[in-house]
Design a protein around this ligand. Structure first.
Ligand code: GLC
Length: 484
């Protein structure tokens, strides 16, 4: 069987047949800076482990390593009806989850499109929008009212410090969100107040990160699930740490927690290497960072997550245009527009099946930018998309490898969700190859001991299971990690 690496080399040769020497030379320069060798992956992983540990220490580090107050591994027998919401990039998803036990659950959901300007709206508009949507949902699903308040798990996928499961103090917005008046504050009362003023019978019992939800939902159905990962607009992971290995809990809560018990940790490792010690950043990565609303933050995420992949492609193309290698004499005013390419653009370019002509790419550039491309340019564009996608997939797995090494997992199911994982062509295969390069497995891909598997519905079922675990803890008279 031809390996992924061999196949990629064959594809490259086929793609670059007939390309002009000028374009070939530009491609080679970019290959040089966007290719991540196995040695580099290993070096990054080693540094990642020390950074995970630093994040758990009292002093802290770049990676927040936020204790998520999920202190149990679900048994699969949790039951009950719960509401869950997930504030995503483009939608607010509201889910009614029925946990049935026997590792089974059912969901009914509705998606409410977020207003266009929501990323930079006023805090008030955000909470009103969520509360109004919940009101509509509850009115529809419980037309004759409710006998008690409905418990809700709130998936809030931003770094939020938690002294309790029903608290979330936003450290800072990520993924291009920039809403004033929320950073530094607890978002739970903000939502709860907006609900109360509309008389919506809901109690927010748990605030969870999407990665923690993914971890717990997957563990509900798969005891081998060791991690919850999101490869989407942002990039992050959660896993269970042994409580005594979390020094920053000492003196604060440690006396109430079993030292040998578990605590889910939302790593927030999108912030890995904000000190710029190991990541092979290019001038384009620096530019993405400088032009973002939060320069200096989320260094790792800005190289790999969906929110930035199209932007990286745009910046490289613009640079090549300015140096007069492509689009000569064309009107590229649209290419100068930040974020004109969302992730679907490099994804579609990589999906273009007509290797000899790249017709879909031609149509895409005409449609989005109004630019006519020649075949030379399209081959370059295709190669760039491959390089950006491959780099993202390979770097992405350093977090997985670091957690496995830190926890001593020799085998693991790493449950993943998110648009890049689910829809970016080749991501899964390239990520598996990245893990192979770090661990030096001499095995067929089907036998790799650490594998990325599709997650269960983290922001729906995960939030519900966590809400159920929290209620169970409270009912057993243990209020540790629950704000009353
Ligand atoms: C960003 C957020 C993080 C989230 C991830 C995936 O990194 O800061 O909380 O888990 O995106 O959505």
């Amino acid at each position: 069987m031809v390996s992924l690496v061999e196949q990629a080399a064959i594809n490259r040769t086929n793609l670059l047949k007939g390309v002009s020497p000028e374009i070939l030379s530009e491609i080679e320069k970019i290959e040089e800076i966007l290719t991540v060798s196995p040695e580099t992956l290993k070096k990054i992983t080693a540094h990642f482990i020390t950074e995970l540990e630093k994040g758990l220490s009292k002093e802290g580090g770049n990676i927040p390593m936020i204790p998520g107050w999920v202190l149990e591994y679900p048994t699969g027998e949790e039951t009950g009806d719960y509401l869950a919401i997930d504030l995503g990039g483009t939608n607010l998803r509201v889910v009614l989850v029925k946990l049935l036990g026997g590792s089974k659950f059912e969901t009914e959901q509705h998606k409410y499109s977020l207003p266009d300007n929501i990323r930079t709206a006023k805090a008030e508009e955000l909470w009103s929008f969520i509360a109004d949507s919940l009101k509509v949902f509850v009115d529809q699903h419980f037309p004759s009212g409710t006998s008690k308040k409905l418990p809700l798990g709130f998936t809030f996928s931003y770094p939020a410090s938690q002294n309790a499961i029903n608290e979330g103090i936003l450290q800072r917005w990520t993924k291009g969100y920039d809403i004033d008046g929320v950073e530094g504050k607890d978002v739970v009362p903000m939502l709860q107040d907006a609900l109360a003023s509309r008389n919506v019978p809901i109690e927010v019992v748990a605030l969870i990160n999407d990665t923690t939800g993914t971890l717990v939902a997957s563990a509900y159905t798969d005891p081998e699930a060791k991690m919850g990962l999101i490869f989407g607009t942002g990039c992050n992971g959660a896993y269970y740490e042994v409580a005594k290995n979390i020094p920053k809990l000492e003196g604060k809560y440690a006396e109430d927690i079993d030292p040998n018990g578990l605590m889910a940790i939302n790593c927030e490792y999108g912030a890995f290497d904000n000190e710029h010690k190991v990541l092979p950043r290019t001038k384009y990565d620096l530019q993405v960072d400088e032009e973002s609303p939060r320069p200096g933050q989320q260094s790792f995420e800005k190289m790999i997550s969906g929110y930035y992949l199209g932007e990286l492609l745009r910046l490289i193309l613009l640079d090549l245009y300015h140096d007069q290698h492509i689009f000569k004499g064309a009107d590229v005013s649209l290419l100068s527009k930040p974020f004109i390419f969302d992730t679907s653009v490099p994804a579609k370019i990589e999906e273009d099946a007509s290797y000899e002509e790249l017709k879909d790419t031609e149509a895409l550039f005409k449609e989005i930018l109004g630019v006519e491309t020649n075949l030379n340019e399209r081959k370059l564009i295709r190669r760039l998309a491959e390089l950006i996608g491959n780099r993202a997939s390979r770097l992405s797995v350093c977090g997985i490898a670091a957690i496995c090494k830190k926890r001593g997992y020799e085998t693991a199911h790493c449950a993943a969700d998110g648009s890049v994982y689910n829809r970016y062509p080749g991501f899964k295969e390239r990520a598996a190859q990245g893990l192979r390069d770090i661990f030096d497995w001499d095995l067929e891909p089907k036998d790799y001991p650490i594998i990325i598997v599709p997650a269960q519905d983290g922001s729906g079922a995960g939030a519900a299971i966590i809400a159920a675990l929290t209620e169970k803890r409270l009912a057993a008279g243990k209020s540790v990690g629950i704000k009353q």
